[in-house]
Design a protein around this ligand. Structure first.
Ligand code: URA
Length: 442
């Protein structure tokens, strides 16, 4: 370790100088070990937030974060491996569908997921609403399960990228989360620490995402893909719409029930379409499949029962009750109070997806700070999409613990909808893809 004056690193970033790679590395590793105090790291993060970071500095930061812990090689897995990550959204159940779907197509999905924070949901919380299911798999268990079944979804072990755990908590506490280089380094350090053949990124744009515009999301997608390339890894990043909930379920047990309906081919819509698009992207990148044919294969796997069969095997392997695929509500906890809402006449013009996520969190489905407990049974089902005509039909169902909480959620749902006379233009599902597959130049 070099002899470092951490104040010099803070001062260099404050003054807009490009950081020395060795000093930046020593700063990050020193912070992860507890040798550099929070106040210096907080000052550094604020300077980086305000002055930005060059591609080279972002790459150095990412490398140092990876070096702060162990990595996972997946050398015992013989199928092409893929990891998929979303930057966070509302009713974003893609992982629950994508992992078993891709496994049923012959790929191996090793997915380290996170918990929900603020208005966004977390895959681990959703899966843990299945009684008995464990997400604390050891690296060896994860690898064995991926080899045997083709998919595993688990929490990140504490020794994988510990610098991100420490820095993320500090960013959360110092209003320095929303910085493209800091988010790119945080996301990519975790993806690069797991040695998969392909990294798929779902970079969300819109009212329910960190990045509110497709342009900002494209900048983040580009930064993440460049980091993968610098590490000799293949990444594809889709910039996808989060200007409204992707599916209809905003909660935990509700999301599992929705994923089961999709995996059984019983439900159509944007969540199914995006899960299919990611599965097709993985087949194109890893098997050089024709894109249209890859999409058709993914659709078939949802409709012929192969995807849901993988889901049942994954649930069982992780200690959960696999009957959840036959009759979800025989297994999942249901909320005692259900309120149905109907819309007012007009078209749904816009949705405050973050507002809906916060309404579900206020019911108990999410947490406002790390470590808060969540209630798996509560949440919101929100049915219409932008451009739909509303009338006497049900627009939402609130699943709550008591009447008072349900009434408050009703109010928040109404506030989150903009209703007008003109249907306007529904947003696309995918704004664009970043990163190269073989034979492509862009
Ligand atoms: N998700 C992450 O993993 N890190 C960030 O900084 C933001 C979203």
């Amino acid at each position: 370790m070099i002899d470092l004056d951490p104040r010099a690193v803070v001062a260099a970033k404050r003054d807009g100088q490009e950081l020395d790679p060795k000093e930046l590395r020593a700063f990050v590793l020193g912070y992860a070990k507890g040798e550099i105090p929070d106040y210096l790291a907080a000052a550094f993060l604020m300077a980086a937030y305000i002055n930005g970071m060059s591609d080279r500095e972002t790459a150095d930061l990412t490398r140092a974060m990876i070096e702060s812990g162990s990595t996972l090689s997946l050398s015992g897995v013989h199928s092409p491996t893929v990891d998929k990550h979303s930057t966070g959204g509302v009713s974003d159940g893609v992982t629950l569908v994508f992992a078993p779907l891709a496994a049923s197509l012959g790929l191996a999905v090793a997915k380290l997921s996170g918990r929900g924070l603020g208005h966004t949901g977390g895959t681990l919380d959703k899966l843990e609403s299945i009684p008995g299911l464990r997400t604390d798999l050891s690296p060896e268990e994860l690898e064995r399960q991926v080899e045997a079944i083709g998919c595993a979804v688990a929490g990140q072990s504490k020794d994988l990228v510990p610098a991100d755990g420490a820095l993320y908590a500090l960013r959360d506490a110092t209003a320095t989360v929303a910085s493209i280089p800091l988010i790119a380094a945080s996301v990519m350090s975790k993806k690069l620490a797991v040695e998969t053949d392909l990294i798929l990124l779902d970079v969300k744009a819109g009212s329910g995402a960190f990045m509110k515009t497709p342009g900002e999301a494209a900048d983040l997608a580009g930064a993440c893909v460049r980091l993968a390339e610098l590490h000799g890894r293949v990444a594809r990043a889709g910039v996808t719409d989060m200007s409204q909930p992707l599916g209809s379920a905003i909660g935990n047990a509700l999301d599992v029930a929705e994923a089961v309906r999709l995996l059984k081919g019983e439900e159509r819509g944007r969540l199914r379409d995006l899960s299919v698009a990611f599965a097709a992207e993985a087949l194109v990148a890893l098997e050089h499949s024709d894109r249209q044919e890859a999409g058709r294969r993914a659709e078939r796997a949802l409709d012929d029962g192969s995807a849901v069969e993988r889901f049942a095997r994954m649930i069982e392997a992780q200690g959960g009750d696999p009957r959840v695929v036959d009759d979800p509500w025989a297994v999942l906890a249901a909320a005692p109070v259900k309120h149905s809402l109907v819309g007012s006449p007009g078209y749904l013009v816009a949705v405050d997806a973050e507002g809906l996520g916060r309404a579900a969190a206020a019911l108990g489905a999410g947490r406002m700070k790390k470590g808060d407990p969540i209630d798996p049974a509560v949440g919101i089902e929100f049915f219409p999409k932008i451009g739909d005509q509303l009338g006497a039909d049900e627009v939402a169902v609130v699943h709550a613990r008591d009447e008072e909480a349900a009434a408050q959620a009703d109010r928040r749902i109404r506030e989150a909808m903009t209703i007008g006379d003109d249907p306007g233009e529904p947003p696309p599902l995918v704004y664009g893809w970043h990163g190269r597959t073989e034979g492509e130049t862009g």
